[in-house]
Design a protein around this ligand. Structure first.
Ligand code: GAR
Length: 213
């Protein structure tokens, strides 16, 4: 069985979308399962959801650690027994140390609420509106040592209305995050997408599948 480990910090709607898809498509029959969910915030809604769904779900509170390295060490120690094929950051709002990232290079995925390489960092919806963009989107990428800078795996795209606020734009985008992320997780877990020389390599059918409009 290939294990997926989820890291989250809050609401967990992307985690829920992956779980829903995994169940609807019976990923377990293909040897793929969501093995555990970890949160750096004990009160994260996503952690409660994971527990209610009967998954292994743990809090590793970053506030209990003096340094980023110490937190990441403990998180890695707790993840290691699951021998993850893929680690999915689903609204995980902590920057991971280079040590953690290199340990699972090519296996850690993140979703970012912008069409990277545009708008890395925070406040993406507001920055997209202020830039006058006519489209916005989300990007699933391999996590590298550069924040929001790893190889792009898949993207989903939505229009921007002239009346949009950051909240209305975020609300339009979220269902499209939920569409693209499960597809990317499955494709990486199945080995259809690989990190080669800093780029995500896949066949044309997979590239089409991971471009969501
Ligand atoms: C999502 O919009 C995701 O793209 C974003 O946080 C939200 C989490 O929502 N991630 C980042 O900003 C990462 N830097 P969720 O907890 O409902 O999945």
């Amino acid at each position: 069985m290939k294990n997926i480990v989820i890291l989250l910090s809050g609401r967990g709607s992307n985690f829920e979308a992956i779980l829903r898809t995994a169940r609807a498509e019976n990923w377990e029959a293909e040897g793929l399962r969501i093995a555990a969910v970890f949160s750096n915030r004990p009160d994260a809604k996503g952690l409660a959801t994971a527990r209610a769904e009967g998954l292994d779900a743990f809090a590793v509170d970053h506030k209990a650690f003096a340094t980023r390295e110490a937190f990441d060490e403990e998180l890695a120690r707790r993840i290691e027994p699951y021998e993850p094929a893929v680690i999915v950051l689903a609204g995980f709002m902590r920057i991971l140390t280079p040590g953690f990232v290199s340990r699972w290079e090519g296996k850690i995925l993140n979703i970012h609420p912008a069409l990277l390489p545009l708008f890395p960092g925070l406040d993406t919806h507001r920055r997209c509106i202020e830039a006058g963009c006519r489209v916005h989107g989300s990007t699933v990428h391999f996590v590298s040592a550069v924040l929001d800078g790893g190889a792009i795996i898949g993207q989903s795209v939505v229009p921007v209305m002239t009346t949009d606020t950051p909240d209305t734009l975020a609300a339009r985008l979220l269902p499209y995050e939920h569409k693209v992320y499960p597809k990317c997780v499955k494709a990486v877990a199945e080995g259809r997408v690989k990190l080669v020389d800093g780029r995500a390599v896949m066949d044309d059918a997979t590239a089409r599948e991971l471009a969501v409009f």
